[in-house]
Design a protein around this ligand. Structure first.
Ligand code: C2E
Ligand code: MG
Ligand code: MG
Length: 706
């Protein structure tokens, strides 16, 4: 399963309210309460029937038996029964009343669950209860104004087991204790007649009290259950809300986190109303965040991130979102009107962010990826389906990395070339080790000539990658990549070994060898035992130390100065030469010269580019730099020299060596070996001509640089 799907599932799980436990609890409570309620009712009914109705039933049964057994004249038996004072009547098989004593309140539709005789008298002060039994149903029904109410089926089964028909009776509601009439029917005369006797169930105040207590208990119980359920539901929802908030919260800014961003971001990008719009996914980074934390404190740094997050949110429009991604990175989705409007907005935002604190000026880099509208098969714009927010954000990050070397705030938009660049970076990182193993890296040598004598005085070893797969690559295409990824020491060692090997071979061949310089990157120079490592490698090749020079770029001098000075001393003690490369391209070069015991100063090619006129400031700077180097007893090399006038100027001002296309471009080692005994000749006569003895301008006349 893809990471994206897993993430979506997790989000879904968190967002879902888990009310199942609450529902199960409700169900359990409901069952318990119901059971308890049923138990109370059945206990009450049993009590009613057993305690109150047994005597009444016996009395009616007794009358029925007397009638049944007596075969004497009917009048006598009826007189006898009348004396009992109980209302009764006798029906034959056809329902015809044979005899009746007292008022017959029984209905004609007996056997149905409804008030029969009693119904007619409702309104005139009477209510009716029916004890109803037939083959399938039995129960006690207490009627209300509208009809009858079923209380508890089955509860009087024992009491009325041998009653074959329905019994009903009226009650008088005016009494303090309610007499509930119950008609009891008993078969007599071999089943040809039925004896109906009116029994009275006395519903006393204690019964009412008992009943009321039961109802109150039930209501209270039910109320408690409802309150428990409601409280449980509310706490479940509140807890769930809190949990969701924490899940989507960034602990540093207290704003939203990446999880939240991906979920909402995808929804925004997929919205139908934005289908035809370009939407912008941004990566914004607080550039010197780590520095800020080191100089102040992590807590203050995090306070800054909080402020940044707040400011970003304040500047969002409807449907736009922002979150703290990680470390110093923030992710945003903006809905721009146009690319110009977007650039304007981002620049405004950067201005606000830069001055987020009055006594600091901060730097922010923004990478933007514009998510294009999606088209269906018919060419029509459709709702975006193919959205992968991580991919879009990664593109924005890629665009942002192009600003890595930029010291000011800035914005970079992603374009497809960046994909190619990114692919190339991957290739370099992937293949460089194999390239080392397969000796695909070649050493090219660029000669350094004495401008006066035109004699070869030295050379710089420069790497080239002759890849069978990717072609011939110059160092600019892979050295910065390896440097950025901390992989350059391997290359430097490779070069040192090969240069030492070449020098040794040329010496053995009796060639007039001169020192060759090798570039050592600053990352490598920070290694503590660098001097020893170099010595061991060179010794392993059997090359005398004076034939190897170590070039350090000027920018390296800003790192750990003490460690660097130590290494330089060690190298010099071992007999190697050490030079400062690209002097003049950085900032405090002069300061570095003061402390570093260097042998060679290489003036940066920048001095010799462009159109510099006679007596220009460039000339003054170069000649003064040469003078300083002389006074510090350093040799000087001018790099990037392409014109005769420059050569002349440098010769006149005492520059020791010229390394430039004017004399020679970097060349394969075989070609370089042929140059060792020769005098210098210009590479390309069309760009420069070596002056003849008489042609040469007198000092100071033709000393223009550039
Ligand atoms: P660098 O060390 O300053 O090397 C001088 C660069 O200037 C070389 O470029 C060289 O070809 C070029 N150059 C010399 N004269 C002229 C000229 O008259 N005109 C112009 N336009 N260019 C000139 P290359 O070989 O492309 O190397 C570029 C950079 O790559 C080097 O600058 C160095 O920093 C780095 N590099 C090259 N080889 C290695 C290596 O083996 N190790 C390390 N760490 N870096 C290397
Ligand atoms: Mg160099
Ligand atoms: Mg250089």
């Amino acid at each position: 399963m893809s990471k994206k799907n897993t993430q979506r599932k997790v989000i879904k799980k968190v967002r879902k309210v888990h009310i199942w436990p609450t529902l199960v609890l409700c169900l359990v409570i409901a069952v318990v309460v119901d059971g308890f309620f049923a138990f109370l009712l059945s206990a009450f009914t049993t009590y009613v029937v057993n305690s109150k109705m047994a005597d009444e039933y016996e009395a009616v049964e007794y009358m029925a038996k007397i009638y049944d057994k007596n075969s004497s004249a009917e009048d006598d038996i009826f007189a006898l029964l009348d004396e009992e004072g109980r209302t009764y009547f006798i029906k034959d098989n056809h329902g015809k009343i044979i005899y009746q004593f007292g008022k017959n309140t029984i209905g004609t539709t007996s056997g149905k669950i409804e008030i029969i005789g009693g119904q007619k008298s409702i309104g005139s002060g009477e209510r009716t209860a029916i004890v109803y039994l037939d083959n399938t149903t039995e129960g006690l029904f207490v009627p209300n104004e509208d009809g009858e109410l079923f209380i508890n089926p089955g509860s009087i089964y024992n009491f009325a087991q041998n009653i074959q028909d329905n019994v009903s009776q009226q009650i008088d509601t005016k009494k303090a204790s309610v007499d509930l009439p119950v008609w009891i029917a008993i078969n007599v005369k071999g089943g040809t007649q039925t004896f109906y006797g009116k029994a009275v169930y006395n519903f006393s105040p204690s019964d009412v009290f008992f009943m009321a207590s039961m109802v109150i208990a039930a209501v209270v119980l039910l109320g408690c259950v409802i309150i428990i359920i409601v409280i449980n539901l509310i706490t479940t929802f509140v807890r769930h809300k809190k949990m969701t908030k924490i899940f989507f919260m960034d602990p540093i800014t207290k704003g939203h986190n990446w999880m939240w961003f991906t979920y909402h971001g995808e929804n925004i990008l997929k919205k139908r109303k934005y289908a035809s719009k370009e939407l912008a996914v941004l990566d914004l980074v607080f550039v010197k965040y780590r520095n800020y934390c080191v100089c102040h404190s992590v807590a203050e740094g995090e306070e800054m991130l909080y402020k940044v997050d707040k400011l970003l949110k304040e500047n969002l429009k409807k449907d736009e979102i922002a979150c703290h991604y990680a470390s110093a990175n923030f992710s945003l989705i903006l809905i721009p009107e146009s690319k110009e409007e977007l650039e304007g907005r981002i620049n405004d935002l950067l201005k606000k962010l830069e001055s987020i604190e009055s006594d600091h000026k901060f730097t922010f880099h923004v990478g933007v990826y514009l998510v294009q509208p999606e088209k269906g098969e018919n060419g029509k714009i459709r709702k975006r389906k193919d959205i992968d927010i991580e991919r879009e954000y990664n593109n924005a990050c890629t665009a942002r990395t192009t600003l890595d070397d930029c010291d000011d705030s800035g914005v970079a938009f992603f374009d497809e070339d960046l994909v190619e660049e990114q692919k190339w970076i991957d290739i370099v990182l992937d293949k460089y080790e194999d390239a080392i193993k397969n000796e695909e890296f070649l050493v090219y040598y660029q000669p350094k000539y004495d401008p006066k004598t035109r004699k070869l005085k030295g050379a710089e070893a420069l790497i080239r990658w002759d890849s069978p797969e990717f072609g011939f690559k110059s160092p600019g295409e892979f050295i910065p990549i390896l440097e950025r990824n901390g992989l350059i020491p391997k290359i430097d060692k490779y070069m040192i070994r090969h240069v030492a090997r070449d020098q040794k071979a040329w010496l053995d061949a009796g060639l007039d060898c001169v020192p060759a310089s090798v570039n050592v990157s600053r990352a490598h120079f920070m290694e503590k035992d660098l001097a020893n490592q170099i010595k061991n490698m060179v010794d392993a090749e059997g090359c005398p130390h004076e034939y190897l020079e170590i070039e350090l770029t000027e920018s390296a001098f800003f790192d750990d100065k003490k460690a660097m000075i130590d290494t330089i001393y060690q190298l010099k003690d071992m007999g190697f030469k050490v030079s400062m490369d690209d002097f003049g391209s950085g900032y405090s070069s002069l300061n570095s010269l003061k402390d570093m015991p260097l042998d060679v100063l290489k003036l940066d090619a920048e001095f010799f580019s462009g159109d510099l006129n006679k007596n220009s400031r460039g000339e003054i700077v170069v000649s003064e730099a040469l003078k300083i180097a002389k006074n510090l007893e350093m040799l000087t090399v001018a790099e990037g020299v392409e014109a005769k006038a420059q050569v002349d100027f440098l010769a006149k001002n005492g520059c020791d060596m010229i390394q430039g296309f004017y004399f020679a471009k970097p060349m394969p080692k075989e070609e370089y070996a042929t140059k060792m005994d020769d005098l210098a000749t210009p590479e390309d006569e069309s760009i420069a001509v070596v002056p003849d003895e008489e042609d040469e301008a007198p000092a100071g006349e033709n000393d223009t640089i550039g």
